[in-house]
Design a protein around this ligand. Structure first.
Ligand SMILES: C[S@@+](CC[C@H](N)C(=O)[O-])C[C@H]1O[C@@H](n2cnc3c(N)ncnc32)[C@H](O)[C@@H]1O
Length: 219
């Protein structure tokens, strides 16, 4: 599939919950672990990129005064507006051509979206995000560390070109597959298995992280 194709994303959102953030436990773990990296602070103005139907946006409501969220898929934006439209300013925008004033945001969230534009387009996107962020503002990214997405060091290099990295955290693990086998053992709870898998993954992130989140700041 041509991942830049807006129509393809629109079609995807004609299904309910296309990324399975409601039905798949591993997806809920990803969203929860990613949010934990930013949950201790309060931000005045937040921008979320590639918000989809608002699975991560619903968490941002707890830590921000003003929240802006964009996506390239019209159907996703309409669904998100129906759910959270009173608290969030949703708009249909492409992350390669964002329509905001410079130095507007205290936090920018780039969760599972930076890999859709071509590798040659990503440097310019990072430059633009730098301009949209206030000085000392935070920015969080997450992406899969899988073939066709990012290599571990490549993801870190892209972000450190412009931002000072504060924290690098695996938010899901390739051991989840192992988890699905172990969870059949009655004495172990699903939560316990995933916690255990995440402890191991934090020790060996380069080897077993599936999704990596990076928190950085504009200095
Ligand atoms: C994998 S989903 C992630 C959704 C949500 N951020 C999450 O973590 O569950 C990627 C989202 O990015 C959006 N997207 C892809 N390319 C985009 C672009 N160039 N500009 C804005 N949004 C884009 C897609 O429509 C989709 O909603």
């Amino acid at each position: 599939m041509n991942l830049n194709d807006k129509e393809k994303f629109d079609n995807l959102y004609s299904q309910e919950d296309p990324w399975k953030s409601k039905s798949l436990y591993a997806e809920q773990v990803r969203l929860k672990n990613t949010f934990e990296l930013i949950s201790k602070k309060h931000y005045h103005c937040i921008l979320e990129l590639g918000c989809g139907e608002g699975a991560f946006t619903s968490k941002l409501i707890n830590i921000g005064d003003k929240i802006y969220a964009v996506d390239i898929a019209e159907m996703a934006i309409n669904k998100a507006k129906n759910r959270y439209g009173e608290r969030v300013n949703f708009s249909l925008q492409d992350i390669r051509d964002l329509k905001f004033e410079p130095e507007t945001f205290d936090l920018i969230c780039t969760i599972e979206v930076i890999y859709y534009p071509l590798p040659t387009e990503r440097g310019k996107i990072i430059d633009n995000l730098y301009n949209l962020l206030k000085k000392n503002g935070d920015i969080i990214f997450s992406a899969p560390i899988l073939p066709g997405y990012f290599k571990y060091d490549e993801f870190i290099d892209l972000i450190s070109r412009k931002f000072k990295i504060l924290n690098i955290e695996p938010v899901t693990t390739n051991l989840f597959k192992l988890g699905s086998i172990i969870k059949r053992i009655p004495l172990l709870s699903k939560t316990g298995i995933y916690e255990l898998a995440m402890i191991l993954t934090r020790k060996f992130p380069k080897q077993i992280a599936r999704h990596l989140a990076i928190l950085a700041t504009r200095v």
